[in-house]
Design a protein around this ligand. Structure first.
Ligand code: FES
Length: 403
């Protein structure tokens, strides 16, 4: 039932026989350690959930051929609070010692692949060195974003003062684990224009909300709507990889939304929300009733307000189409970027190899002055000029430097 629609159409309702599980194992628990309830009440009606079978998540050792076991070090090789990458022959794991106990899990952050051994270990959690995602060392569960997936967790045993790790080969290769999730079940009174949960905005925040509900066993209808024409994608990547297609930067593949019954209505702009009557009204007049609403629309780019802003070839970047168009038009041309924020600087770095020249115009004397102060700003500017000689900096109040 989940998927991408440009306009709401009649949707076939899937009905499944649900056998509630009696007990949930530790791996099925939510990140806060609490097991999800077996029954949810929806509009006063009790509904059971069931969890999608996931062989790696539920039982990593289900296939003996997929299992590898290796001695990785002596118990004294690691002090408390230390981490080490260890090789099991067919993939690496992160070995951790804390409070006298050993733990093992995936060594690469599932977000952009940072080496977690360079991160920070503290109070049962490892924080990623690149963007700060946080993983529980006992379960491998992600507990702080960015990123959507958790890490595979591996078994550790000590024998004759040696540390052994037992792991699924497949998990060592993938280095990621998607948590088990419920699906949408029997909706006897299905109505296209009525949903239990409505999420306005289909960025990372909206998607995480939908996924978390399914992870916690929520099995009623979830609808996300977006002005965009694509399924949720990783917008921060637009300034780093400007000629990517939407599918290349998608947060989840199309099948994911189908499998977990998360509906996404694309090109649907919410125009108003009637909180009293729990109804969202869309720009094309379509109305949708909801039980719970999340507004996760994010922000819009701050457009130029100065004279001349309406001239041709001035662009904001918000969608893959915007970024693709800028790359196309900037190739072999002189480019001016207004604003030396992260986004501006990333775009400048990306375009240096394509454009004839890149000039960055900023109100402050150095980039990132407001965030990091002048000293760091100057250092960043120096490094940028050395590593990307095609970039020029100028102050908006003083001068603009065009190469
Ligand atoms: S690579 Fe780890 S949070 Fe981004």
């Amino acid at each position: 039932m989940g998927g991408c629609f440009s306009k709401p159409k009649p949707v076939e309702v899937k009905i499944e026989v649900v056998i509630p599980e009696k007990e949930r194992s530790k791996e099925e628990m939510s990140p806060n350690g609490k097991a999800s309830p077996l029954v949810y009440k929806v509009n006063g009606t009790a509904r059971h959930y069931h969890l999608e079978e996931h062989p790696i998540a539920s039982n990593p050792y289900h296939n003996p051929k997929d299992v590898v076991e290796a001695s990785v070090c002596h118990v004294k090789d690691l002090e408390n609070g230390q981490m080490r990458e260890v090789d099991l022959g067919c993939g690496k794991a992160l070995l951790i010692k804390e409070g006298g106990e050993f733990y093992a899990m995936g060594h690469k952050c599932p977000h952009y692949g940072a080496p977690l051994v360079k991160g920070v270990l503290s109070k049962g959690r490892v924080r990623c060195p690149w963007h700060g995602a946080c993983f529980n060392i006992g379960t491998g569960d992600i507990e702080d974003f960015p990123g959507l997936d958790s890490l595979p967790r591996f078994q550790v045993k000590i024998e004759k003062e040696k540390v052994y790790i037992r792991a699924s080969k497949q998990a060592l290769q993938t280095q990621r684990r998607t948590k088990m999730m419920a699906k949408c079940i029997s909706l006897s009174n299905y109505n296209l224009s009525s949903t239990n949960v409505l999420i306005i905005g289909a960025g990372a925040a909206g998607l995480v909300c939908a996924e978390t509900l399914r992870q916690e066993g929520f099995s009623d209808r979830i609808v996300m709507c977006t002005m965009d024409r694509h399924l949720p994608y990783d917008r921060p990547k637009l300034s780093k990889s400007m000629d990517s297609h939407p599918e290349q930067i998608a947060l989840r593949p199309k099948e994911f939304f189908r499998t977990y019954d998360i509906e996404v209505l694309t090109e649907m702009q919410a125009a108003a929300v009637d909180i009293k009557n729990k109804t969202a009204v869309f720009k094309d007049g379509f109305k949708m009733e909801y039980n719970k609403l999340l507004i996760a629309t994010g922000n819009t780019p701050k457009a130029l307000s100065c004279k001349g802003k309406e001239v041709e070839n001035v662009f904001n970047i918000r969608t893959p189409e915007d970024a693709n168009r800028v790359v196309k038009l900037a190739t072999s041309k002189n480019v001016v970027i207004v604003g030396a924020s992260f986004l501006g600087m990333e775009v400048a770095a990306y375009l240096t190899e394509r454009a004839h020249s890149v000039s960055v115009v900023e109100l402050e004397e150095v980039p990132f002055k407001k965030f990091f102060g002048e000293r760091v700003g100057r250092a960043v500017m120096k490094v940028t000029l050395l590593s990307c000689p095609g970039i020029g900096f100028g102050e908006m109040s003083g001068f603009c430097w065009f190469q």
